[in-house]
Design a protein around this ligand. Structure first.
Ligand code: CA
Length: 563
């Protein structure tokens, strides 16, 4: 016992405390690896959850447990300041800072169910504006139904969602997102029973809820209401089924082929005239190059990014084609990316899949257009928005210990925290003029990463390198031992450090004193845990969330001393 007390107190006079013990006098918590770290600010933990999600769990914690931990955390915050939870969540949904809205939708539903009166009201009031698409609404309804059941408040919120959509937006949402999570737009309309604000809305509601035919909008009657024409056109498209060209005689086959040619031509006309999305088309039509060519003209950015493989597979997007030129120019159009709120993760996910020439969940394969790959690589960088570089000396330190090779960032297949951190490091290296990149686990590791690496290749390079235990003080001790001058340490980690003889903050302090450089530390959290190696009381340290769309700009400002 005496020996233990003595051991615990040596840190009071020494500047080094093993990571398996808290720094004496400091309020620290034990992480999942048995090391002591700081507790992350509770609102920052909410940010991590909203942005990174909990899919795949972490090396230490199962997905189920990580989700439960975070949900409990949200419940605590709801008790503390429910309105703040709602406003943070709504901001996350509106800004597109998170790769996927799913976690924010879950939190909003939680607030609408488990918050106090004012919180529940605020959460439900946000439904019409914060939930942009029919998918979001269906997911919200599914979760809210599970948590609280249908009540007047929920019904009113859903009524307003439908009533506050413009005619054309409403028609598009009704067509595109008929069903999600076992819920359909029809179910919602039948349960919420919104009273239509006008005749067009009434017709759209009736078409969905009562499966009324779009007779009222026959093209030859020419009602001239775009939303109604659109719905009519989707009915026409659905009836144009393409048939398998299989028959006993060549003559019969030719007849079937001719019928398909005629149907495809009509489909293309409908797509061009009424701007039909691919969700409105019969499945077989999506094998036709003419159909994709027509779709591509008005295709929204996110849909285009998701369908690159398919467009290559059907033979539209191929080397030296017009489609390739169009896609590449759209992908590298910063204003377009910003306007469509394309998230870097969406681009990275597309790049990682597209460049391999094979689908992740299907057996589809295609000829890769290198122009598209290059454009995606550029789009990834552009999707973070314009960042004014700080110009300080940056050491980008990637945690490549074994634990970083586990879990999935925002549910992207194979995108582990280490792979994702490599993508972020390459973007930082391209943005900041003065950087060095290193890997660490229990010791230094050369990663061979440069600003010139293509993003998807960088993620693969690092995926294969994860190894061993974790000591997050290595970047600072390494820089000191090698006399490397660093103004800004950027450590990308899951904060599950345990193996060092000193805590990262102690190593930083030592570095500052020995070099005279007032070095800063930015901790980029790569999992939705509640831990951090950054000292919350030190203004020279900052916590950010990996793959928060706002992170690079925030890092540069901090490095410059503007925050
Ligand atoms: Ca680790």
């Amino acid at each position: 016992m005496k020996k233990n007390i003595k051991e615990a107190l040596t840190g009071l006079t020494a500047s080094e405390t093993p990571q398996g013990l808290p720094i004496p006098g400091r309020d620290m918590v034990e992480n999942n690896a048995g090391g002591f770290v700081f507790k992350l600010d509770e609102w920052k933990r909410l940010d991590r959850f909203l942005i990174l999600g909990s899919e795949g769990g972490t090396f230490y914690v199962s997905e189920r447990k990580l989700t439960a931990e975070n949900a409990n955390h949200v419940l605590r915050l709801l008790q503390k300041d429910g309105l703040r939870v709602v406003s943070v969540t709504v901001e996350m949904l509106k800004s597109g800072r998170a790769p996927k809205p799913d976690t924010a939708i879950f939190v909003l539903a939680l607030a609408a169910s488990k918050g106090d009166d004012a919180t529940r009201k605020a959460a439900l009031a946000a439904v019409p504006t914060a939930l942009k698409t029919g998918t979001h609404l269906l997911k919200f309804a599914d979760t809210a139904n599970g948590l609280r059941g249908w009540g007047r408040g929920l019904r009113n919120a859903i009524q307003l969602w439908f009533k506050e959509r413009g005619h054309e937006t409403l028609a598009l949402q009704l067509v595109k997102y008929r069903q999600r999570e076992g819920w359909s737009m029809r179910d919602l309309l039948r349960l919420a029973k919104p009273v239509p604000a006008d005749e067009v809305q009434g017709k759209l509601f009736g078409w969905t809820a009562k499966r009324e035919k779009a007779e009222w909008a026959k093209a030859d009657v020419a009602p001239g209401v775009k939303a109604l024409d659109f719905v009519w056109a989707t009915e026409q498209a659905a009836s144009l089924k393409l048939v398998a060209e299989k028959a006993d005689s060549d003559e019969a086959k030719a007849i079937l082929a001719a019928a398909n040619v005629a149907s495809t031509k009509k489909l293309v006309e409908l797509i061009v005239t009424h701007r039909l999305p691919r969700e409105a088309l019969p499945t077989e039509a999506l094998n036709k190059v003419e159909v994709w060519e027509a779709l591509l003209q008005e295709m929204p950015m996110t849909a285009m990014i998701r369908n690159l493989g398919t467009m290559s597979k059907v033979g539209l997007l191929k080397p030296l084609s017009e489609a390739e030129k169009l896609v590449a120019s759209r992908l590298t159009d910063a204003a377009r990316l910003k306007g469509a709120k394309v998230h870097p993760i969406q681009v990275l996910s597309a790049l990682r899949t597209y460049a391999t020439g094979r689908g992740v969940r299907s057996s589809a394969s295609w000829t890769v257009s290198q122009k598209v790959v290059e454009a995606l690589d550029e789009a990834f960088e552009l999707s973070f928005g314009a960042v004014e570089p700080a110009g300080t000396r940056h050491l980008l330190a990637l945690d490549v210990s074994a634990s970083m090779g586990w879990g999935e960032i925002a549910g992207v297949p194979g995108l582990t925290p280490s792979a994702a951190s490599a993508a972020l490091a390459v973007v930082a290296a391209r943005t900041e003029p003065w950087t060095a990149t290193m890997g660490f686990a229990e010791s230094f590791r050369d990663l061979g990463l440069t600003a010139r690496d293509r993003i998807d290749e960088a993620t693969r390079k690092v995926s294969g390198l994860t190894f061993g235990g974790t000591d997050a003080s290595v970047p600072m001790t390494w820089a000191l031992a090698n006399k490397v001058n660093v103004d800004t340490f950027v450590v990308l980690t899951d904060n599950e450090t345990y193996a060092g003889r000193a805590h990262p903050v102690q190593a930083l302090e030592k570095y500052r004193q020995a070099t005279g450089i007032g070095a800063k530390l930015i901790v980029v959290g790569m999992t939705s845990s509640g831990f951090t190696i950054a000292d919350p009381n030190d203004a020279g340290m900052l916590d950010v969330v990996g793959f928060d769309g706002a992170t690079p700009a925030l890092m540069a400002k901090f490095a410059k001393g503007e925050i």
